[in-house]
Design a protein around this ligand. Structure first.
Ligand code: C2E
Ligand code: MG
Ligand code: MG
Ligand code: MG
Length: 290
């Protein structure tokens, strides 16, 4: 019962409102003010080769609420989606991430990719392409440096829209990657149908590696599937040296995980990024145009 309250914006005290429901209502109220109060920040987690050399970053949203302290995205992104606030918040994220990427590039940081998470709500929005184009224009970031991460669910909700949006984004020069691959819809036909060229293996599959034979087989199969279809495959959630070694033996080239770097503030990222040019060329994460 308590779950249904709050969406239409009113709340009076009812004894049946559990403490948890009250907390949720408060969270939602404060989320509405978070943009204007400038409580959002972006953290950046390096995307690396298997030997830890960075070629890009993923922007990850952080909310420091004056009332609730640091609130993890898993606690507020869903709420922002249900209430529609994610469109405004997501536009801010894209703008800020692209601005930061262009600042870094001008400062000599060799960033091939700024990856930005797009909520299904944003992706299904009619003017998503226009929004992306405008952000690139305003920030000056080259389109090839922007990568949008969307989930399988976002593609499957309205496949005609998805197909058109992906083509238009490709036309702009922006890349789209399937995030959390393997956790969403089981239909694989869309991998052929849509203009996609990359996928990120969900980190839940990494957790049992290298000991779990079934997890190992799953990750191996996903990597082979991606490679067989000509997609670039990145594995997320690499935490241990044993996982890294296993992935290296399986021919994995790109990854992301706490083993190499955690998400960090813009200042920390700039200090962390290697200043020496790499001794070997970093394999190109951006697929070569066909
Ligand atoms: P995601 O897009 O799959 O992002 C990767 C998440 O995995 C991040 O969690 C990151 O900190 C975590 N991670 C990376 N490497 C490791 C590892 O080795 N071990 C473990 N245990 N975790 C690792 P975070 O920052 O808490 O974000 C959670 C999710 O919230 C994201 O998953 C994404 O779905 C969503 N999110 C974050 N920022 C945004 C945003 O700006 N917009 C939207 N729509 N969603 C966002
Ligand atoms: Mg992501
Ligand atoms: Mg992911
Ligand atoms: Mg995830």
């Amino acid at each position: 019962l308590a779950k249904t309250r709050g969406r239409n914006g009113w709340c009076r005290y009812e004894p049946w409102l559990t403490e948890q429901a009250m907390e949720r209502f408060e969270l939602e109220r404060n989320l509405r003010r978070a943009v204007e109060r400038q409580e959002f920040r972006l953290h950046y987690q390096p995307l690396t080769t298997l030997d830890g050399r960075p070629f890009g970053v993923e922007a990850l949203l952080r909310w420091r609420s004056s009332e609730h302290g640091d609130v993890p995205p898993d606690r507020f992104i869903g709420m922002a989606e249900e209430t529609g606030m994610i469109v405004q918040i997501g536009n801010w994220v894209m703008q800020e991430a692209c601005r930061q990427a262009q600042t870094w590039r001008k400062a000599g940081i060799d960033l091939q990719v700024m990856a930005v998470n797009l909520s299904p709500i944003q992706f299904l929005h009619a003017d998503v392409v226009q929004q992306v184009a405008q952000t690139l224009r305003q920030t000056g970031l080259p389109a090839r440096c922007l990568e949008l991460e969307i989930t399988e669910g976002a593609l499957m909700q309205d496949t005609d829209h998805a197909e058109q949006a992906l083509l238009a984004l490709r036309e702009l020069g922006v890349h789209v990657v399937i995030d959390d691959f393997g956790t969403g819809y089981s239909s694989l036909a869309y991998l052929r149908r849509f203009a996609l060229d990359k996928l990120k293996v969900d980190r839940t599959f990494l957790q049992g590696l290298p000991d779990s034979a079934s997890d190992a087989q799953l990750v191996r199969t996903i990597m082979q599937l991606g490679q067989g279809l000509g997609l670039q495959v990145l594995v997320e959630g690499v935490e241990t040296e044993a996982q890294r070694a296993w992935l290296a033996a399986e021919g994995c080239r790109w990854c992301q995980g706490f083993l190499f770097a955690r998400p960090m503030s813009a200042t920390a990222l700039a200090a962390w990024w290697p200043t020496d040019p790499p001794t070997q060329a970093i394999p190109d994460w951006q697929p070569q145009p066909a």
